[in-house]
Ligand binder design. Structure first.
Ligand SMILES: [Fe+2]
Ligand SMILES: [Fe+2]
Length: 262
């Protein structure tokens, strides 16, 4: 089974620009995903799908993503709006709750999309209602679990990105610790650059962004930095509890070459 992950596409309205051409970038990613062989079983989109959550941006998102020949599981990010995201993806298995989370199954794999947003916060949020829901999902899962959420449940070391915080992080990490043997991987977005760590014993990764990236500046007190790193997506090869992750970059301008020794 292959789950493709795209993240932070920050789709704009037609002719709008914000650092880079986010819409063209998503179109390139979709073209590349459609060319994948073998085909991923689904595409997990880990939030910040639109740039400001405007209805015109959701219209563009729907238009661009209509070219994707694979099913999509969307998560909301802090740049998104829950109701507009639900409207744009009516087929997603949304739970009947204020938070826009979902749970679904693919063979014996349970895939959980945890809404880590709050309309009033840039950072992550994990509250009592989400804890009750997540614990019931994990209690009922019989096989391996992929837990996805927009906000990484750890500090990245890039201060200005970490400074928006994660309310209820200790509670979320307690839930993860209680179910660490079940959770095969935690998949996140938001950070706009790939990173991997371990959270309560569970491998946890952030996918590259579909658009501009965060500069890698680990100096204490370093200010904001946005750069044009190669954009891409990840392919997670899942076999039982094993998750092998590959990163595919798009539009790198590089052509294959013969190194001579191959
Ligand atoms: Fe983002
Ligand atoms: Fe975000």
């Amino acid at each position: 089974m292959i789950i493709a992950q795209i993240s932070d596409t920050h789709v704009l309205e037609r002719d709008e620009q914000h650092f880079v051409d986010n819409n063209a970038s998503l179109a390139s990613i979709i073209a590349s995903l459609n060319d994948e062989d073998p085909r991923p079983d689904l595409v997990l989109a880990t939030g910040d799908l639109t740039n400001w959550g405007h209805s015109g941006q959701y219209e563009m998102l729907e238009e661009i993503i209509s070219d994707l020949q694979l099913p999509v599981l969307p998560l909301v990010g802090n740049h998104d709006v829950r109701d507009l995201t639900r409207q744009s993806f009516p087929g997603a298995p949304w739970v009947d709750a204020e938070h826009a989370s979902w749970i679904t199954h693919l063979d014996d794999l349970t895939i959980i999309g945890l809404d880590s947003t709050d309309p009033d916060s840039h950072g992550g949020v994990f509250d009592e209602s989400r804890e009750t829901w997540l614990r019931s999902c994990l209690d009922s899962a019989t096989g391996p679990v992929i837990l996805s959420l927009h906000h990484p449940p750890f500090a990245t070391g890039v201060e200005w990105m970490d400074s928006s915080g994660f309310a209820g992080l200790a509670e979320l990490r307690r839930v993860i610790a209680d179910h660490s043997s079940q959770i095969a991987r935690i998949l996140c977005g938001h950070f706009h650059r790939p990173v991997v760590t371990t959270v309560e014993g569970v491998t946890t990764s952030v996918c590259p962004a579909g658009t501009y990236h965060v500069g890698l500046d680990l100096r204490p007190g370093a200010g904001q930095s946005i750069i044009r790193d190669p954009r891409g997506y990840q392919l997670h090869l899942i076999d039982g509890p094993s998750v092998v992750t590959h990163t595919r970059y798009v539009d790198t301008g590089e052509a294959p070459f013969d190194p001579g020794w191959a």
